[in-house]
Design a protein around this ligand. Structure first.
Ligand code: S3P
Length: 424
């Protein structure tokens, strides 16, 4: 338990889900007819996807609270006259590379320094197997040129679960009219499959594989984007750490491929209840009520659970510093190729502030000592690092500065305002 003065209270509606927002734009662009989208995440990453789609000839309006997109259909994209700039966004680069490849177009993908270091061979391999060609940088990252073609069918086994790779292949196949099967060790987030099915495309799904049948068209969307569970997680973590009060997080996507952090927090001893569960456009949405339990204890997270909380692991490490005993995360090597090397970055930051943490090759161990943390966090421009340590900075007794507070604009531009509101 931390300082007895901290109290969180009230309700919060976090911004729209980032994964679903990217997909909403891409799907609306590829649909036959006119789609309506409400509550999209207005953040830098989603603007990157919008920008690339505009460069491919789609009339994407300003990303207001509600807007309409007239789809060009699965074969209606046009050759881009400019580089396809994905900024900081891995989801934009990987999903849209599939779209460009399947549309038979040629596109040069670029991004910022962080994105340019991230691995792209993971999409090159399956897309080349389907018939596309890549001019890839020697280090296997951006810039890369994707040469589309009339893609053929594949049955692809990805050795690492990744929704970005899976979605890249499914979108390439959708645009090309090809049939594909994608297999992975444990099911990654399944928003693409759900959105396809909710808009008239036949997909067959089980725990190990997704099969998309060839030659199908996407119907228009009428979609309200639910709240982002990865953004809600910061406030769930804060409410679990605060000795007093409770928080109601409204309208959050509780798709079971995304709720691993809530499950971990529950196992650590926090009180978590899901209320008003409804199904909307194929996604489960609920209000989440979170309060501190009788004090948090450490937890063990193993490989099978990793895809369900991959983006929340830096936050889990931060919360673990204030939980009794050891928190051990393994099977999370993918963290090393996110917006930063999140294993090294989070462990270094915790240690520099005075917490007990150490790296594993594929994870970390944090021993909870409820320390008084002092110092400046080096975020490496990584939005999730900034927000995870922002939560610890809100705990009285800690004196933490964040080197780059602005980088939250990637996924949650009003994060600091929301944090002030619930701790006021
Ligand atoms: C995402 C999938 C995950 C996640 C990322 C968003 C998506 O990445 O970490 O923030 O929208 O498909 P991987 O699929 O590379 O694990």
């Amino acid at each position: 338990m931390t300082d007895s003065r901290l109290r969180v209270s009230g309700e919060l509606r976090v911004p729209g889900d980032k994964s679903i927002s990217h997909r909403a734009l891409i799907f609306a662009a590829l649909a036959d007819g006119s789609s309506r989208v409400r509550g999209i995440l207005q953040s830098a990453d989603v603007h990157s996807t919008a920008g690339v789609l505009r460069a491919l000839g789609v009339g994407i309006p300003a990303l207001d609270e509600e807007f309409e997109i007239v789809g060009v259909g699965p074969h209606g994209l046009t050759a881009p006259g400019v580089d396809l700039d994905c900024g900081n966004s891995g989801t934009s680069a990987r999903l849209l590379a599939g779209v460009v490849a399947g549309s038979g177009l040629e596109g040069r993908f670029v991004g910022d320094g962080s994105l340019s270091r991230r691995p792209m061979r993971r999409i090159q391999r399956p897309l080349e197997e389907m018939g596309a060609r890549f001019d890839m940088s020697e280090h296997g990252g951006l810039p890369m040129v994707v040469h589309g073609a009339a893609l053929g069918t594949i049955d692809y086994r990805n050795e690492t679960s990744s929704a970005q790779v899976k979605s890249c292949i499914l979108l390439a196949a959708l645009c090309a009219g090809a049939e594909v099967t994608v297999r992975e060790p444990t099911r990654s987030r399944d928003h693409t499959e759900r959105m396809l099915a909710a808009h008239g495309v036949e997909v067959w799904v089980n725990d190990e594989a997704v099969l998309l049948f060839g030659g199908q068209h996407l119907g228009p969307l009428d979609l309200a984007v639910p709240g982002d569970p990865s953004s809600a997680a910061f406030f769930a973590g804060l409410a679990a750490l605060a000795p007093r009060g409770e928080l109601l997080l409204r309208g959050v996507c509780v798709n079971e491929t995304r709720t691993g952090f809530l499950a971990a927090l529950g196992e650590m001893g926090a009180s978590i209840a899901l209320e008003n569960r409804v199904l909307s456009s194929g996604e489960w949405i609920a209000d989440i009520r979170v309060a501190a339990g009788a004090g948090l204890r450490g937890v063990e997270i193993v490989a099978e659970a990793i895809p369900t909380l991959i983006d929340e692991l830096p936050l889990l490490a931060c919360v673990a510093a204030f939980a009794d005993g050891e928190t051990r995360v393994t099977g999370a090597g993918e963290l090393r190729v996110k917006e930063s090397d999140r294993i090294t970055a989070v462990v270094d930051a915790l240690v520099s502030l005075g917490a007990d943490a150490r790296e594993l090759p594929d994870g970390f161990v944090v021993t909870g000592t409820s320390p008084r943390l002092r110092g400046t966090v080096v975020t490496h421009g990584d939005h999730r690092l900034a927000m995870a340590f922002g939560i610890l900075a809100a705990l009285p007794g800690n004196e933490i500065a964040i080197d780059d507070r602005e980088c939250v604009s990637v996924s949650y531009p009003r994060f600091w305002t929301d944090l002030r509101a619930v701790t006021a």
